[in-house]
Design a protein around this ligand. Structure first.
Ligand code: ADP
Ligand code: MG
Length: 527
C-alpha cells in the first residue's frame, strides 16, 4: 500500500478528509486558545466573561470532535478501498501465475493485509491529523509568545527523530512474524486436513507436538516484535514527558518575568500537552509504519509482476519432443526420462510403476515444473520451435478440482455458451446413469463439505469439463482410475476417436482398452 495510491484512487474523498482534518485542527486550537481569555476574566473576578469563554471553548471542541469522527469514517472507506484493490491484484496474480500454497495465500490476503491496514493506513490518518493539530498549536503558541513557539518546535524535531533508532529492527521483527504466521498456517493446512485419519490412528500426540512447535515459534516472534515496539514506545514516552515539563517551565519563567498573562500559562500548558500528544501519536504511528515496511514492500512486489507474453496456439503444436530430460526435487531425488517424441493426433498410453515419474513428466510438459536437465521442445508444422500456451492444453490431474456449484457449472466452468454441449458430453463420459439418480440432474449442486459425489463421478465431471472445452491436446493422469472397467473403456474409446493429441497415464487397463491407443510407452526406473 502506498500513500499516493490512496490519494490517487479517491481524490475527492481524500480532499474532503483533509479539509475536515484542517477544520478539526483549527477548531481545537481555537478552543484551547480562548481558554486564556477565560482565565484572564477569572483573575479579574468577571464571572460572566469567564463563563462565556468557557462555553464557547467547549462548543468549539465539541464540533471539532464531530468533524474528526466524520473524517475517520471517510478515511476508513478510502483505506478499505485500497485494501480491496490490493486483494484484487493479488488474486489476479494467483490466477495468472503459479499460485502459492493455500496457507501462504491466506497469510498474504488476510494476516498481511490486516497488518498493513492497522499499521499503515490507520497510521497515515493519525499522522495527518497530528500534523495539522501540530501546525495550529505551534502557531497559537507563536501568537502568545515566540519563545514558547521556538522551544516547542525544537522539541518536536528531536522527538520525531526517535523512531529512527529502532527502525530496521522493527521492520525485521514484523517480517519474521509474518513468515512464522505463514508457517503456522501451512502446518494447519497439511495436518488438520487429515484430522480424521489422525483420530483414527490415535496420533494426537504427534499432531500436538507439531502444532505446539509452530505455535511456539509464532508466539516467540510475536513477543519479540512486541518487545521492540514497547522499547520504541518507551523512548517516545520519555521524550514527551521531558518536553512537556520544559514548555511549562518556560511559561512559568515568562509569567514571573511579567512577559505573559496568567491565562497564557494555562493555555500554553494545554498547547504543550496537545503538541506532545500529537508528537507521541506521530512517532508511534511512524514506528508502526516502519514495522510493516518489509511486508508492504513484499505486497507491492507481488502486485507488480508482468504478465507473460502470449504464446503459440496449442493447435499449431505438431510435435512434443522430450530430450535428455531429467528432474531433481529439492530433497535430492532425481528422475531421468528416455527421449520421446509425440506427434500431433497421436494417442499415447503412458505406463510404469508407481513413483516412476509419470505425473512429474506431465507437470514438466505443462510447464508447471522446470526441467533441471535437458528440455521439452514444442515444434510447429514447419519444424520451428514454439513456446506453447499451456492454458490451451487440456490437463486432467490425479486429484482434479471441483467447485461448490452445480454439475453443469463444473463442466462449462461458467461459460454459458458451452451449455448446449453438456447433454452430449454427459452421455459420452458415462455420466447419464449417475445423473438419473440425482434430483436435479445436471443442476445438482456439489457440496464439497458433505462430499456428495463418488470418486468416479468426480472424474467423469472433470473429463466432461475437458471435453466441452475442446482442447487440441488432452493429457489425462489416471483420469479414469475410480471408474469401472466397462465405463472406462467407453470413455477412453470416445476420447481416442477424436483427432486430438491424447496422452493418458493409466494403471491396470485391460488389454482391450490398451488396444485403443496407437502406442504404449512404459517408463522404467532410470535413477
Ligand atoms: N515434491 C516432491 N518432492 C520430492 N519428491 C517428489 C515430489 N513429488 C514427487 N516426488 C517423487 O518423485 C517420484 C515420481 O513421482 P510421480 O511423478 O508422482 O510418480 P508417478 O506419477 O509415476 O506415480 C516419486 O518417487 C515421488 O516420491
Ligand atoms: Mg502419478
Amino acid at each position: 500500500m502506498k500513500f499516493w495510491e490512496l490519494v490517487r484512487n479517491n481524490k475527492l474523498l481524500f480532499t474532503v478528509v483533509v479539509l475536515l482534518e484542517i477544520l478539526f485542527a483549527v477548531g481545537s486550537a481555537t478552543s484551547s486558545y480562548i481558554i486564556q481569555f477565560a482565565y484572564n476574566q477569572l483573575v479579574k473576578n468577571l464571572l460572566t466573561g469567564f463563563l462565556l469563554f468557557i462555553i464557547s471553548s467547549i462548543l468549539l471542541s465539541f464540533f471539532a470532535a464531530v468533524l474528526a469522527s466524520v473524517a475517520t469514517y471517510l478515511f476508513s472507506r478510502i483505506s478499505q478501498n485500497g485494501i480491496h484493490q490490493i486483494r484484487h491484484r493479488l488474486v489476479q496474480r494467483y490466477y495468472h501465475y503459479k499460485a502459492p500454497k493455500v496457507a501462504e495465500m491466506e497469510n498474504e490476503l488476510n494476516s498481511n493485509l490486516q497488518l498493513v491496514t492497522r499499521n499503515y493506513a490507520d497510521q497515515v490518518l493519525s499522522i495527518m491529523q497530528s500534523c495539522f493539530l501540530l501546525i495550529t498549536s505551534i502557531s497559537s503558541l507563536l501568537l502568545m509568545n515566540w519563545m514558547l513557539m521556538i522551544l516547542a518546535l525544537v522539541l518536536s524535531v528531536v522527538t520525531l527523530y526517535i523512531p529512527h533508532l529502532t527502525r530496521s529492527k522493527n521492520s525485521m521483527a514484523t517480517k519474521q512474524l509474518s513468515s512464522k504466521n505463514s508457517a503456522y498456517l501451512l502446518v494447519i493446512e497439511d495436518w488438520i486436513n487429515g484430522l480424521e485419519e489422525l483420530r483414527k490412528y490415535l496420533a494426537f500426540n504427534k499432531l500436538n507436538e507439531i502444532m505446539q512447535k509452530e505455535s511456539d515459534n509464532l508466539e516467540k516472534s510475536f513477543v519479540k516484535r512486541q518487545k521492540i515496539i514497547s522499547i520504541a514506545d518507551f523512548l517516545n514516552g520519555c521524550a514527551n514527558s521531558f518536553s512537556q515539563i520544559a514548555i511549562l517551565l518556560l511559561a512559568a519563567i515568562l509569567f514571573f518575568n511579567h512577559q505573559i498573562a496568567f491565562g497564557v500559562v494555562i493555555a500554553a500548558g494545554n498547547f504543550s500537552s496537545a503538541i506532545l500528544s500529537c508528537l507521541l501519536t506521530t512517532t508511534t504511528a511512524l514506528t508502526r509504519i516502519q514495522s510493516v515496511r518489509g511486508i508492504n514492500q513484499q505486497l507491492t512486489e507481488l502486485q507488480h509482476v508482468k504478465k507473460e507474453q502470449a504464446n503459440a496456439n496449442s493447435e499449431s503444436i505438431c510435435s512434443i519432443n522430450i530430450c535428455n530430460l531429467g528432474y531433481s526435487f529439492k530433497n535430492g531425488e532425481t528422475i531421468s526420462y528416455p527421449d520421446i517424441t509425440i506427434k500431433k493426433g497421436e494417442k499415447v498410453l503412458l505406463c510404469g510403476d508407481s513413483g516412476v515419474g509419470k505425473s512429474t513428466l506431465f507437470k514438466l510438459i505443462l510447464g508447471k515444473l522446470q526441467p533441471t536437465e535437458g528440455k521439452i521442445i514444442f515444434k510447429d508444422k514447419e519444424g520451428q520451435v514454439i513456446s506453447p500456451n499451456y492454458a490451451q492444453i487440456g490437463y486432467i490431474p490425479q486429484d482434479g478440482t471441483l467447485f461448490p456449484t452445480s454439475i453443469i457449472n463444473n463442466i462449462t466452468m461458467f461459460n454459458d455458451k458451452l451449455r448446449r454441449l453438456v447433454k452430449t458430453t454427459v452421455k459420452e463420459n458415462e455420466l447419464e446413469k449417475d445423473l438419473a439418480g440425482m434430483p436435479d440432474g445436471v443442476e445438482t449442486e456439489i457440496d464439497l463439505d458433505v462430499n456428495n459425489f463418488s470418486g468416479g463421478q468426480k472424474q467423469k465431471i472433470i473429463l466432461a469439463r475437458n471435453e466441452v472445452h475442446d482442447f487440441p491436446i488432452i493429457m489425462a493422469d489416471e483420469a479414469t482410475s475410480a471408474i469401472d472397467a466397462q465405463s472406462s473403456y467407453q470413455i477412453l474409446k470416445h476420447l481416442v476417436s477424436s483427432d486430438k493429441t491424447v496422452i493418458v497415464i493409466a494403471h491396470n487397463l485391460n488389454p482391450a482398452t490398451e488396444k485403443l491407443f496407437d502406442r504404449k510407452i512404459y517408463l522404467t526406473n532410470k535413477r
